[in-house]
Ligand binder design. Sequence first.
Ligand code: PBG
Length: 332
Amino acid sequence: MQNNLGQYPNTRLRRTRKFAWSRNLVRQNTLSISDFILAIFVCEGTNIKEPIINMPGVYIYSIDQLIIFLQDLLQKNCINAVMLFPRVCSTKKTVDCVESYNPDNLICRSIKAIKENFNNKIGIIADVALDPYSVHGHDGVIDESGYVLNDQTNQILIKQALNQAQAGCDIVSPSDMMDGRIGEIRQALDEGGFYDVQIMSYSAKFSSSFYGPFRDCIGSTQKIPIDKSSYQMDLANSDESLLEVGQDIFEGADSVIIKPCLLYLDIIAKVKSNFNIPIAAYLVSGEYAMLYSAINNQIFSNEYKILYETYMSIKRAGADIIITYKIPFELL
Ligand code: PBG
């Protein structure tokens, strides 16, 4: 594409910037409620709305409170889809992670409650990974040396995904980074009659230090910091993200996630220029914490302008969908 045909003074690039109406006309990217998936933490109990440490403005909800929260957002037309994460009671965390495919587990009850209350007005996405259910906080089952076993983990992930689909989940979202799990989950969903349940794959999920507040919240943090680098991507790698995305598309993913996102905008742009598949970018708990520690310390004076600029950078890089803990409704 030839970009530089215009010459000053015939061409003045400031002309279109003079008035707001004109800037509106030539604006390339926009943000609207339909771009967003709201990530929400759920817990057992009733009448609970508990603040999350290090994530100001984010709460963990018991199911009854979750419904009240979503009702309010829906009335204001401020919600399109949710992604649910469970804080599983420590008594239900085991070595074999059986709670992940218990049809009456917290996540299934949450899915059913949302469907019962709002029908298909809110899309429901559930995370497929074993970290909320394992005693050690890893995303899969481990051997004696602590290594996460790929194929054995996949067998459980299949059951977990089917369990979520059975409960009424619209999109299952494997975040575990095992090899081959997308194809196996797709096949199991189809065999179970769940042809229309989508798979949003965490394809390029990096072994990042920005997941801390999330891990603290769902209780997957251990005394010794957990190292997921034998399955999550090495953050020094960029080309490998294309291998991951390509493989997941081949195996049947309907959309892919890149995560974290603010320090990984190059990965979003690269995937966008190589594949025609919807891309979701996940602004993770540590990125949220970083933004809000500056906002709450009055280092940034305008919260919404900061969110606007942050989210716009993600759209501009090429993401179609933004998964986040806070949607800047005032800007939409
Ligand atoms: C679990 C999972 C994690 C996140 C989403 N799904 C944590 C991890 O991989 O350790 C992190 C999200 C966040 O930090 O906001 N597989």
